[in-house]
Design a protein around this ligand. Structure first.
Ligand code: FAD
Length: 41
């Protein structure tokens, strides 16, 4: 599989970047890579 953009980290920054890219480039393929759960603070 090929992607135009790969965003590593589905945190607040990654999700908002993915949202903006999807708005501006609806035909772009975006892969949002989440990490395993982090330890609780
Ligand atoms: C306890 C606490 C309370 C807070 N309260 C507030 C608040 O009330 N208001 C406010 O404005 N801010 C608050 N903040 C700050 C806010 O959470 C951060 O500033 C903001 O989340 C940073 O966004 P980010 O996208 O840079 O990082 P994050 O939101 O942390 O996202 C980073 C993502 O990358 C992932 N990741 C990391 N390494 C990898 C890897 N190797 N591979 C794949 N994924 C990876 C992580 O799992 C995470 O999902 C708080 C922070 C903490 C710790």
């Amino acid at each position: 599989m090929q992607y135009d953009y790969v965003i590593v980290g589905a945190g607040s920054g990654g999700c908002s970047l993915a949202g903006r890219l999807a708005e501006r480039c609806p035909d772009a393929t975006i892969a949002l890579i989440a990490s395993p759960k982090r330890a609780a603070f």
